[in-house]
Design a protein around this ligand. Structure first.
Ligand code: CDP
Ligand code: MG
Length: 691
């Protein structure tokens, strides 16, 4: 049985800056439809504003929604608030993230990812169940939050008069939100941040991990008490740094300094391990928390006195020109650097060690972080907007806080056109509408719909569910994961060599045959948690698609169903086609721009012909740039299946060829200046696509 909250001390909450402004917050929300609240990270915006409004009666006629850009944060703060309110999680206080809903009839305060709220617009365009929407962590400028800003702005204009909107931000960008919302009031909550001394490096480090570890050790051995927060870019780096730290601390002379507890903090950490960072350190013990930028604003770790900031962050960057995602380590912005430093001064004066020079800070760090909308693929967002039937606007005129580039929108529209989500005249198709309802990337949704028609939905559901897992395979110490995986599954009689999708299907089916056994997972090097997640996702997707599960059955390689399944995968990913070179195993991607790529080494081994050549045609999930362009999650398909997509592609390029600029899509800037009509005339097709 679950025990209800109650362990958390509410004494802490009473001291938070936000709680001291309880009356003012209630007042300003009562008097205004939209309010921006700015407060330092850790001042209590996420955990307290919802409770304050709840106690003031805001939940009598509706639920308070608080959006979070990150899943981890939604779960962790909901848990915290439930415990502060001494209620069971999922009752008065709950959360909803993709594929996991922990709310009930009783829920009055609901933490949810911004993506989830966006999805709710589909079933209720006026969000009638809510009395207050708190767009939290707006400074993070996630793609979904940016789209929500635009949608909520539209809602304010026409709205049900009772909906209140609160936008919270940890940075002064708050003013920008206010301008966007017709100059709504901005309430600034003074933080009680202690002074933080900034110490710059005198030279750029050769290796920032090494330099960070060294700095942490120096602090640990030479400075007084206080926890250390060290920012790195990802899980691997964190694990590496922790190993180094543990090693070197072990070598210190016993009793020469206090004990150290070293803790990782990143989004893919198991939830039980995540909560450890919220437990204060025992006396005469120093915690060293090695975190990704999740600790920059989303999660506040108390007790930190020393911050080590190497000045970098790992960022997904999508280039609409190449259709390629790259996960790159980039310099943080000055706003981020300030945020990171601030983490050191929460309980008493602190120090921030910047592992870069002052000149770099001044001259090389960009002033603000680039919003996600300007560095993501927009296919999903555009499909969403199209499916909302915002009749009075087209996607280019939609009010974005910072508009995405014209090429991004163009890229999204083309992708959607190729997978039949929109027609040539830009209107959303019946298929497109059904795709928008599924909580998946458009291509995966399209694959499911094609599979439904071809009678192989059960298998496609499994594939979609397996692809929704973040990481499936346990790290294998010796050989590369793919090698191990191939060994493990070599014994499968059929279907090998057709690609990753089919292999994922087979892994799931084997697990199913084995009675969803945990031991089986261990033996085969897959994560049980991920498999359970896939099973749950599969169940939910089946429900949404009204698919009655009659159990799984395995298919032979030559089974017509296997062929139908691959064809469905091809239809879904037909905007991600690649054709093999004649003489070697390089591939050329097809699209508005083509690229020479290789199949990513993590892919399962594909079947080769007598000349050692891979299948001639493949579709892929992702095109990534990791030093070189690679395609990932690949499925062998037949050339004849690609014809419809190729036809559409050629149509697009024909329109493009129709004369320099004149036939391309209008630029966003031009479209948004309503007073000035677009100078360049559009071709009929282009005009329609954007409508
Ligand atoms: O949103 P904001 O950054 O303004 O602050 P918050 O997330 O509401 O955090 C307020 C306080 O609650 C901080 O001192 C956090 O450390 C604490 N907290 C916690 O102990 N456990 C959580 N899961 C969330 C917050
Ligand atoms: Mg917060």
């Amino acid at each position: 049985m679950q025990t209800c909250g109650g362990q958390a001390s509410s004494a802490l909450a009473c001291e938070l800056p936000v709680t001291r402004y309880e009356k003012e917050i209630v007042d300003v929300v009562k008097k205004n439809d939209v309010v921006v609240i700015i407060g330092e990270t850790g001042s209590g915006k996420t955990t307290q504003i919802s409770q304050i409004l709840h106690h003031a009666g805001s939940t009598e006629f509706g639920v308070i929604a608080i959006t979070q850009p990150r899943r981890v944060a939604a779960v962790s703060v909901a848990r915290r608030v439930a415990s502060e309110m001494k209620v069971c999680l999922g009752e008065e206080v709950g959360y909803s993230i993709r594929f996991e809903d922990r709310t009930s009839e009783k829920t009055r305060i609901k933490y949810l990812t911004d993506g989830c709220l966006l999805r709710e617009f589909l079933s209720d365009a006026e969000l009638k169940q809510y009395s207050v929407i708190i767009l939290d962590e707006a400074h993070e400028r996630s793609l979904n939050t940016d789209i929500l800003l635009g949608l909520l702005k539209r809602l304010c204009g026409r709205k049900s008069p009772d909906l209140k909107i609160v936008i919270t931000s940890a940075t002064l960008e708050g003013e920008k939100f206010s301008t966007f919302f017709f100059g709504c009031p901005v309430m600034k909550i003074p933080g009680k941040l202690f002074p933080v001394e900034i110490l710059y490096s005198t030279q750029e480090p050769v290796n920032y991990i090494e330099s960070a570890v060294q700095t942490a050790l120096e602090i640990h051995t030479q400075k007084g008490p206080g926890d250390i927060l060290l920012f790195l870019t990802g899980k691997e780096e964190i694990e590496k740094a922790i190993m180094k730290l543990e090693d070197r601390i072990r070598q210190l002379e016993e009793g020469s300094c206090m004990d150290a507890i070293i803790l990782p903090l990143h989004a893919s950490l198991e939830p039980e391990l995540q909560v450890r960072v919220f437990t204060p350190s025992p006396p005469s013990c120093r915690r060293i928390i090695v975190a990704t930028n999740i600790a920059e604003t989303s999660l506040t770790v108390d007790g930190v006195v020393f911050v080590i900031d190497p000045g970098v962050v790992k960022q997904h960057q999508y280039s609409p020109m190449t259709g390629m995602y790259s996960l790159v380590v980039v310099k943080i912005s000055r706003v981020q650097a300030t945020q990171r430093a601030g983490r050191a001064g929460r309980t008493r004066p602190g120090k921030c060690y910047r592992l870069y020079t002052e000149a770099v800070f001044e001259n090389e760090l960009p002033p603000v972080t680039m919003p996600e909308i300007q560095r993501s693929s927009l296919a999903g967002a555009v499909l969403h907007l199209k499916s909302l039937d915002l009749k009075d606007i087209n996607v280019l005129e939609f009010e974005y806080l910072d508009p995405p580039s014209r090429s991004s929108l163009e890229d999204a529209l083309q992708k959607l056109f190729i997978i039949d989500a929109i027609q040539e005249d830009g209107s959303i198709t019946h298929l497109g509408r059904r795709m928008a309802v599924l909580p998946l990337e458009p291509s995966l949704s399209r694959m499911l719909l094609a599979a439904e028609e071809a009678g192989c939905l059960s298998e496609a559901l499994t594939i979609a569910a397996m692809l929704s897992c973040e990481s499936l395979f346990l790290p294998s110490p010796k050989k590369s994961a793919s090698h191990k995986r191939d060994l493990e599954f070599k014994s499968l009689p059929d279907g090998m060599g057709l690609g990753d999708h089919i292999q994922l299907l087979q892994i799931y089916e084997k697990w199913h045959e084995d009675g969803y056994n945990a031991e089986w997972c261990k033996e085969h090097g897959v994560k049980i948690r991920s498999m359970m997640f896939a099973r749950e996702v599969r169940r939910q997707l089946s429900q949404i698609m009204k698919w009655e599960d009659k159990g799984l059955s395995r298919y032979r390689r030559k089974d017509p169903k296997m062929l139908a399944l691959r064809k469905a995968i091809c239809t879904g990913f037909s905007n991600h086609l690649a054709h093999r070179m004649q003489q070697h195993n390089g591939f050329r991607t097809l699209g508005a721009k083509t690229h020479l790529v290789q199949i990513h080494p993590s892919a399962c081994s594909m079947e080769v012909d007598d000349d050692g050549l891979l299948p001639e045609w493949v579709v892929y999930n992702e095109l990534v740039n990791v030093g070189r362009p690679f395609i990932r999650n690949v499925c062998a398909v037949k050339g004849s299946w690609c014809q419809p997509a190729l036809m559409k592609l050629s149509k697009l390029s024909v329109t493009k060829l129709g004369g320099a600029q004149s036939s391309t899509l209008p630029s966003v800037e031009k479209e948004q200046k309503v007073e000035k009509p677009a100078i360049e005339p559009l071709s009929a097709t282009q005009k329609d696509l954007v409508a």
